[in-house]
Design a protein around this ligand. Structure first.
Ligand code: AMP
Ligand code: TRP
Length: 332
């Protein structure tokens, strides 16, 4: 196997949705054939906004099970929980000393989220991108598969790696984001101009990976559409149609051209049942595997324990190299 690495994470903030799957998880699964994969549940990133402490551990297990059910193979890839590898925090702390305050204040996600949090905005939300850079740089990966909303965070990660290497010597590999064109930004079912999101209160705005056939049918039925005849990709004035066609294309495994021809003259009465069937068949195998994995917690715990041990060795070593380059006294 190649020694090129790939790293990605997902926050355990509730139901994993189709956007997470199409934007990030499925690309992580595809990359593990030719790369050493490091995939983690970003629990430290889930506590930077209001959250329910009683649910965090459960969401963490379920998110790990989603990764496995989606095809992450724990014998080839390393699957772990971020907080189980303390070197991520150590590295974030030292990277914090070269992270420009001005750049962090201009991060779009920080600006959006801090606006929503108001007086509750915390230091953890502000230095979220620095911890994310540490998550990545700890493993010296070549690629980071993410959705397009993470592009700016990846750019900051690259800047921090370059800045560090220039000042202290070549410790970090400068990683590249892998943002596939198709699926990089799946939009809400109720508003084609905002992304599908776990934090949107209206559950009908997203297809959750664990939604059963009835829920999928109802959500597709209520999905926002327009009154224009015919279905087409790429019309800026019809973002909902573009989104539904993109979802259909990816779930059915057909090409964009094929879908454009197949659905060009369709009305929603014909298209929506087609989309529902494609989604139900796409999600069903993931859901069956998910149920089996969640039914054996001891096995899941063992996978995560072994993952944290394997990841810890590498992350500790990188932290040691970074601290030594920065001039810290080594431990004897
Ligand atoms: P999060 O749930 O915010 O931890 O996101 C996990 C991964 O899913 C990240 O790589 C995100 O960029 C990606 N992602 C989240 N929402 C979407 C979306 N609506 N479309 C495509 N990718 C997404
Ligand atoms: N910030 C990412 C998100 O909200 C999750 C994440 C944390 C991540 N650390 C990462 C993704 C490292 C890729 C690599 O979606």
């Amino acid at each position: 196997m190649s020694n090129k690495r790939v790293v990605s994470g997902i926050r355990p903030t509730g139901n994993v949705h189709l956007g997470n799957y199409l934007g990030a998880i499925r690309n992580s699964v595809a990359l593990q054939d030719a790369h050493q994969g490091f995939f983690f549940i970003a629990d430290l990133h889930a506590v930077t906004e209001e959250y329910d402490a009683k649910l965090l551990a459960e969401h963490t297990c379920a998110t790990a099970a989603i990764y496995l059910a989606s095809g992450i193979d724990a014998t080839r890839s390393t699957l772990f929980v971020q907080s189980h590898v303390p070197a991520h925090c150590g590295l974030a702390r030292v990277l914090g000393s070269i992270a420009p305050f001005g750049l962090l204040s201009r991060m779009v996600q920080f600006k959006d989220k801090s606006e929503r949090q108001g007086a509750k905005t915390c230091l953890g939300l502000f230095d979220y991108p620095v911890l994310m850079a540490a998550d990545i740089l700890a493993y010296k990966p070549e690629l980071v598969p993410v959705g397009s909303d993470q592009k700016q965070h990846l750019e900051l990660t690259q800047q921090l790696a370059n800045r560090f290497n220039k000042r202290f010597g070549p410790v970090f590999v400068v990683p590249k984001p892998l943002i596939m064109q198709d699926g990089a930004r799946i939009m809400s079912l109720s508003d084609g101009n905002s992304k599908m999101s776990k934090s949107e209160p209206n559950d009908r705005s997203r297809i959750n990976l664990l939604d059963g056939a009835d829920a999928v049918k109802a959500k597709v039925h209520f999905a926002k559409t327009d009154l224009i005849k015919g279905l087409e990709f790429g019309n800026r004035d019809r973002p909902e149609v573009n989104n539904l066609l993109t979802i259909y294309q990816l779930a059915s495994g057909k090409s964009r051209e094929h879908v454009a021809t197949e659905c060009g003259d369709m009305g929603y009465g014909k298209f929506k049942p087609l989309l529902t069937d494609a989604l139900v068949s796409y999600l069903e195998p993931i859901q069956t595997r998910f149920a089996r994995i969640m039914g054996d917690r001891a096995e899941l715990d063992a996978i995560l324990k072994q993952g944290a041990e394997r990841a810890g060795v590498i992350a500790e070593e990188t932290l040691k190299q970074a601290m030594s380059a920065m001039g810290f006294a080594g431990r004897t």
